[in-house]
Design a protein around this ligand. Structure first.
Ligand SMILES: NC(=O)c1ccc[n+]([C@@H]2O[C@H](COP(=O)([O-])OP(=O)(O)OC[C@H]3O[C@@H](n4cnc5c(N)ncnc54)[C@H](OP(=O)(O)O)[C@@H]3O)[C@@H](O)[C@H]2O)c1
Length: 227
């Protein structure tokens, strides 16, 4: 069966990805920042290997890649992400916090891709996705604000678009996925859909990725989102 490496599996959308791929018989490398706080994964049935990974910490990424040396990964899901502060306006932007968010949401996924590229080359499917947000779409920005989160996801989109084009000759496909507004710690209780619906949809999109259609921005239901 294929294998998937997923970041940010302590809760929310990450846990649901683990649950659904494990239920389909995949080997799931489920990564969390702190294995002591991975209670949500305990009840997941199937071939699940829980590993520690902080995507913002270069040493943590390197240590895991070395530990997994020679292990093929068919699919990489860069799911880990942070929102940062809400209610920002011109005049109160916290720059050090902005850098921290970029470290997780932009540098993190790229670092994981680069560091695990040999594992991905060994995989048969050669697929890379990253969880972005409609908040990173220029076309969709009609309400302003949220400088930090919006800019981080826009930068992630630009990064994955280039990765998609650069790796296409090797048979890779890559995409950025908007999960919808999902009821998680980040999405909050008013969100419109449950992780189950979001992840079911995103798995369908991932199934359909090909090198010919690489480098696109998809909603969880498969519709394309304008950049
Ligand atoms: N929920 C939504 O409505 C929504 C909408 C659009 C996009 N998204 C995106 O979807 C993804 C998942 O969101 P979610 O709703 O499941 O969020 P969540 O409930 O807040 O979970 C975020 C996950 O990311 C992990 N994480 C944070 N910083 C990390 C780091 N440095 N290294 C590794 N893992 C880290 C967290 O781990 P810890 O427990 O260790 O903090 C947690 O497992 C994110 O990229 C988010 O931006 C979500």
């Amino acid at each position: 069966m294929p294998s998937v490496l997923i970041t940010g599996c302590s809760r929310g959308i990450g846990v649901e990805f683990v649950r659904q791929y494990a239920a389909e018989g995949w080997t799931v490398y489920a990564t969390v920042r702190d294995a002591e706080r991975a209670e949500a994964l305990v009840s997941v049935r199937g071939e699940v290997v829980v590993l520690e990974l902080d995507v913002a910490d270069p040493a943590s990424v390197a240590i895991l890649a070395e530990r997994m040396r020679g292990v093929p990964i068919d699919l990489l899901i860069n799911n880990a992400g942070v929102y940062g502060p809400r209610n920002l306006r011109v005049g109160n932007v916290p720059y050090p916090v902005w850098q921290d968010v970029l470290a997780v949401n932009v540098l993190g996924p790229m670092r994981v891709i680069e560091t695990f590229i040999e594992h991905l080359r060994l995989g048969a499917q050669k697929k890379i996705v990253a969880l972005t947000s409609k908040m990173g779409s220029m076309a969709d920005n009609t309400s302003g604000g949220t400088y930090i989160y919006r800019s981080s996801k826009a930068a992630l989109n630009a990064t994955i678009k280039s990765v998609a084009l650069d790796l296409r000759p090797e048979g890779f496909s890559a995409a950025v996925l908007h999960p919808g507004w999902v009821r998680t710690e980040m999405g909050g209780p008013s969100a419109l859909i449950e992780p189950r619906e979001s992840v079911t949809g995103m798995r369908r999109v991932i199934d359909g990725l090909t090198p010919q259609t690489t480098g696109r921005f998809y909603n969880y239901d498969g519709k394309e989102i304008p950049w």
